[in-house]
Design a protein around this ligand. Structure first.
Ligand SMILES: Cc1cc2nc3c(=O)[nH]c(=O)nc-3n(C[C@H](O)[C@H](O)[C@H](O)COP(=O)(O)O)c2cc1C
Length: 189
């Protein structure tokens, strides 16, 4: 049984982002994956202080010196076989909360630990406004994942216009992802 961490961010417990997350998790669970849900907005997460004039402990010891929920979440991600990243779209980007976590993760992982390298991911951007900015949000997410050596199986955009036909299909998407993690579908990079 594969372990999948679903990292998501929105302050809204029953909005578009939460619906997308729930549908995907249903598919994962139906396919027998062990799911750990990480709701970033409910965690205590500070932003990077860029200590040490830019590089603090992160690229030397692989640890962040801020004491909050970061280290626990990082351990869960390192232990997962697959990671699903889902953010509400704010300003054509990931949420501030997501960005704060992502920035610290990249510093520790890309420069020192490499615990997340080679993990196969799904990324999802949920935009409840005009829908503009979903592609930029996905691009920012993928750029960060690439810095850490992760790979992206699929990039999903959920907007008000497509929610009625995309949300139901996210269950199938979750099932497919769980199956693919078992069989090891690969892509040439
Ligand atoms: C600060 C802020 C910035 C936003 N920027 C965008 C945007 O660039 N494009 C968009 O389509 N919607 C934007 N929205 C709308 C959110 O994407 C919308 O609230 C969406 O539904 C978030 O998911 P939720 O339903 O989980 O809250 C923004 C909302 C906020 C609060």
């Amino acid at each position: 049984m594969k372990k999948v961490a679903v990292v998501w961010s929105s302050p809204n417990a029953d909005g578009l982002t939460a619906s997308a997350k729930d549908r995907f998790i249903k598919g994962l669970a139906d396919a027998g994956a062990e799911v750990t849900e990480i709701a970033l907005n409910k965690k205590k997460l500070e932003h990077c202080r860029a200590c040490g004039n830019g590089w603090g402990t992160c690229n030397k010891t692989g640890e962040c010196l801020l004491k909050d929920d970061f280290a626990d979440i990082y351990r869960t991600l390192a232990d997962a076989d697959g990671i699903v990243w889902i953010s509400a779209v704010y300003w054509s980007d990931m949420t501030e909360c997501f960005k704060a976590f992502f920035d610290r993760l990249r510093r520790c992982d890309a420069t020192k630990n490499h615990f997340l390298a080679e993990k196969r991911c799904i990324i999802m951007a949920c935009a409840g406004g005009t829908g503009r900015g979903t592609l930029e949000c996905l691009a920012q997410l993928e750029r960060g994942l690439t810095h850490m050596g992760m790979r992206v199986y699929d990039r999903v955009s959920v907007v008000r216009y497509n929610r009625d036909y995309v949300l139901p299909n996210l269950e199938k998407a979750g099932e497919t992802y769980a199956q693919v993690l078992e069989t090891g579908f690969n892509m040439y990079y």
